[in-house]
Design a protein around this ligand. Structure first.
Ligand code: SF4
Length: 330
């Protein structure tokens, strides 16, 4: 094709995946410089793209019918999702060119289909999205750019909730399941120590599901508890304003790393080679256990991957990161 006038990307449904697919989004921007480039995303993820200046627009997919409506009129659609339903929506919307991985039985719905790599090969998931583009003939080049640029109004809205001063953030949640969660008491111990050293206050960030952890940290170390109290733009603004974030392998981890905030992530059951925060100001803390990475949502044994990880180890990793002695885990 000579080059489409309009390109739509169907974004992943998870926040972390949305961040890790940003380099591929930018590859498309570079491949079709004259095209209008937009994203269609679930409401939980869509606001994130307000921090991606390369885009001309973001549309929300609240269900199959609204997704079809959002996709209508585009000449090329690229699926960063893997589901049959998202490919079907693109077909029903009449998008003439539909590109993506041939997964979930949707190969016949695509006009250019890539085969899923046999193995991620111990590489960041960033390269999963880029490998798809390469297979279907879109050039990828240069260092992957997974950065987000936090708009000033997002920072201001976050500051209105944070107040003045320096903050060490804790993101104790992990939507995927309990196996990814480092115990909240350990976050409290590590964060309190680091906040004391930095003359900062601890702030807890997350969804309403993290309220018990937020309450506990407020009691134990006087943390400001913002769990369940931030929109996605406010969460981004808060993450951008932090001195440091301690987190599980989670959406906020990826967002903070993309914003350039120093991040230390406690890793247990997930594969650190594939989903570690992508960027030079991030480090992971993990214990070598024979069963990791298992990728289970809930641990079937004694959760040793997380239980053996001491607060002192996480705190020391953070100090080394802030001194510039470690980091760049991508
Ligand atoms: S099986 Fe091993 S790696 Fe998986 S959650 Fe349990 S302790 Fe962690």
């Amino acid at each position: 094709m000579s080059g489409p006038r309009s390109v739509v990307v169907r974004a992943p449904n998870w926040l972390g995946d949305a961040v890790l697919s940003l380099p591929a989004l930018r590859d498309l921007r570079a491949a079709f410089p004259g095209a209008r480039l937009e994203v269609v995303a679930r409401p939980a993820v869509a606001p994130l793209y307000g921090a991606v200046p390369e885009l001309a627009g973001v549309r929300e997919a609240r269900g199959f019918a609204t997704e079809v409506d959002a996709l209508r009129g585009f000449e090329l659609g690229v699926l960063f999702t893997n589901s049959f339903g998202t490919a079907l929506a693109m077909r029903v919307a009449g998008v003439p060119e539909r590109w993506g991985y041939a997964r979930d039985g949707r190969g016949l719905l695509l006009t250019r289909a890539a085969r899923r790599p046999a193995a991620a090969g111990g590489k960041s998931q960033v390269f999963y999205y880029r490998a798809m583009l390469e297979q279907i003939g879109v050039a990828t080049s240069g260092a992957p750019d997974a950065s987000l640029r936090c708009p000033d109004p997002w920072r201001a809205a976050a500051r209105a909730k944070l107040g003045a001063g320096r903050f060490v953030g804790v993101a104790p949640g992990a939507a995927y399941g309990g196996a990814k969660r480092w115990p909240a008491e350990r976050f409290a111990a590590a964060a309190a120590e680091l906040a004391r050293e930095r003359e900062a206050r601890v702030v807890v960030l997350g969804t309403a599901a993290e309220r018990p952890a937020g309450k506990m940290l407020a009691q134990v170390c006087g943390a400001l508890d913002l769990t369940g109290n931030t929109s996605l733009p406010e969460l981004c603004g808060a993450l951008a304003e932090l001195d440091l974030l301690l987190t599980n392998d989670s959406g906020p981890m990826h967002v903070a790393a993309a914003l350039g905030t120093p991040v230390v992530a406690a890793f247990g059951p997930t594969d650190w080679r594939e989903t570690a925060p992508f960027g030079g100001r991030a480090a992971i803390a993990r214990e070598s256990v024979e069963c990791a990475p298992c990728r289970f949502r809930e641990c079937p044994i004694d959760h040793r991957c997380m239980e053996r990880l001491a607060p002192a180890r996480v705190a020391e990793t953070a100090r080394a990161l802030l001194r510039g002695e470690t980091g760049g885990v991508a």
